[in-house]
Each structure stands twice: as structure tokens, then as C-alpha cells.
Design a protein around this ligand. Structure first.
Ligand code: DGL
Length: 265
């Protein structure tokens, strides 16, 4: 492994482009290979065994591309598969849970923390356990918000319907007086405005994408794998290419996507 290799990133679909967006901003000089498993999305509703199986396949594919480092952008895969993947593969692998956990504990003054994610992420209790490990007195209220992913994929990021759904999922957080809410899903940073309005401005929102990018930078530097001099470049592979991918993907990534390659699963 040399510092010149690309960084591999995988997600269940295209929501992980929120993580790629942060990585591209924070790590100039690096090149990235992104794999979105769009043929098998969502992972959030599947069993832990299935998510682990798909995640192993995704890591193997990225290793075949000679990546030097792997970022698991998907919260569900991070919650249900990353500890196993770290034991099974020799390449450094970073998921989004630990960076999100650390940021939540750092930012909370009252130790009342909310966590939202897919059904799989919440069921795994990875965030809840992680927070309690470093802050045993923390009061964590976790909630699955399964309708958020399809709303974002439809582009309904700030509509009255989205606001209504957010209110019914998150209204109770106002009573619980949390001061930090972890957006524990690739898609949720895109709903930041609506979520922020519903929970109120006193509540700080933890964006795992931002936190993960800084963790990746730290680990790359620690392992002497940081490439400062390369050309910024990214290649996107998907297991199914929807006709509107370019439009939706560019909105999430915030930059043009020149080309996308198909990798059948
Ligand atoms: N990428 C998933 C996550 O962050 C959301 C979409 C899915 O359910 O696969 O948990």
C-alpha cells in the first residue's frame, strides 16, 4: 500500500455522496473510488447478516481496485458490519459511527443526546452503545426514521410533507430536551434545515459525514498514507444506474459527475 493509491468509499446507494463531498473538500490531493450499491439499496431495512454479506463484497471489489484505505459511508453498514470487516481485512477501514459518537459526546453539555437512523442502525444500537461507552451518564433517545430516505431520493428535501413526517418522528425530542441530535444516516444531512426547524435551534446537529472526513484525515496521516500531491479525482461505480442518477447525484455531491461506471453485483 502506498500513499498514491485511491481511497475507496462505499455506500448502499448514492446517499454516501454526502460523505464523498466532505472527503473531497477536506482531502485535496487524494483520489477516490466510490461504489454505491444502488441495485440492492436500501440496506437499512435488511437483516444484519445480509448487510454484512453485501459489505464484504463491496470491500472485496474496492480492494480489487487497489485502494489504500476504505471508508464505509453507509451508517447501516458501519453499525452492522464495520467491526467484523476490520477484523477480516488487513486494509484500514473507517466507518461513520465512531466519529459521530465522539462528536455527539463532545458537543453535548446536558448529556441528553438523540440519535436518528435507519431501522437497521437503530436496532444494532451501535450509536447508543458507543455513546454510553465514553459517557456512561448520557441519556440517549434513539429513533428510526425510515421515510426520510425515500423522501430525499425523491428530492423532497424541504416540502410540507417532509416537514409533517419530520414532526411526527422528531416532535417528541422537544419534550426530552436533548441538546444534540446525531444525523445517523447518509441522507439526513440533506434534511438538515427541516430537522433543525422541528427540533429547535437549541439542538446541535451532528453530521457524520463531516466528522468522518476529519477522522479519515487523522487516520491517513497517522498511517503515513496521506497524498498531498495527487490530482483530485473521483470515479463512481454503481450496481444499477437509474436514468435520473446524474441529476440526483450531482445535487448530493454538489459538483459535476462526468462519468459513472456500472459494476454488476
Ligand atoms: N446509506 C444508508 C445509511 O446511511 C441509508 C440508505 C439505506 O437504507 O440503504 O444508513
Amino acid at each position: 500500500m502506498t500513499e498514491n493509491g485511491a481511497i475507496g468509499v462505499f455506500d448502499s446507494g448514492i446517499g454516501g455522496l454526502t460523505v464523498l463531498r466532505e472527503l473531497l473538500t477536506r482531502l485535496p490531493g487524494e483520489s477516490f473510488i466510490y461504489f454505491g450499491d444502488t441495485a440492492r439499496v436500501p440496506y437499512g431495512t435488511k437483516s444484519a447478516e445480509t448487510v454484512l454479506k453485501f459489505s464484504r463484497e463491496n470491500v472485496t471489489f474496492l480492494l480489487d481496485q487497489d485502494v489504500k484505505f476504505i471508508v464505509v459511508a453507509c451508517n447501516t453498514a458501519s453499525a452492522e458490519a464495520v467491526p467484523r470487516l476490520q477484523r477480516e481485512f488487513r486494509i484500514p477501514i473507517v466507518g461513520v459511527i465512531e466519529p459521530g459518537v465522539r462528536a455527539a459526546v463532545r458537543m453535548s453539555k446536558t448529556s441528553k443526546i438523540g440519535v436518528i437512523g435507519t431501522a437497521g442502525t437503530i436496532r444494532s444500537e451501535a450509536y447508543q452503545r458507543g455513546i454510553k461507552e465514553i459517557s456512561p451518564q448520557a441519556e440517549v433517545t434513539a429513533r428510526a426514521c425510515p421515510l426520510f430516505v425515500p423522501l430525499v431520493e425523491e428530492g423532497w428535501v424541504d416540502t410540507p410533507t417532509t416537514e409533517m413526517v419530520a414532526e411526527s418522528y422528531l416532535g417528541e425530542y422537544r419534550k426530552r430536551e436533548i441538546d444534540v441530535l446525531v444525523l445517523g444516516c447518509t441522507h439526513y444531512p440533506l434534511l438538515r434545515d427541516v430537522i433543525g426547524r422541528v427540533v429547535g435551534e437549541r439542538v446541535a446537529l451532528v453530521d457524520s459525514a463531516v466528522e468522518t472526513a476529519s477522522e479519515v484525515q487523522r487516520v491517513l496521516e497517522g498511517e503515513h498514507l496521506r497524498n498531498h500531491g495527487g490530482e483530485v479525482d473521483f470515479t463512481i461505480y454503481l450496481s444499477d444506474i437509474a436514468p435520473d442518477f446524474k441529476q440526483v447525484g450531482e445535487r448530493i455531491l454538489g459538483r459535476e459527475i462526468p462519468q459513472v461506471r456500472l459494476r454488476l453485483v
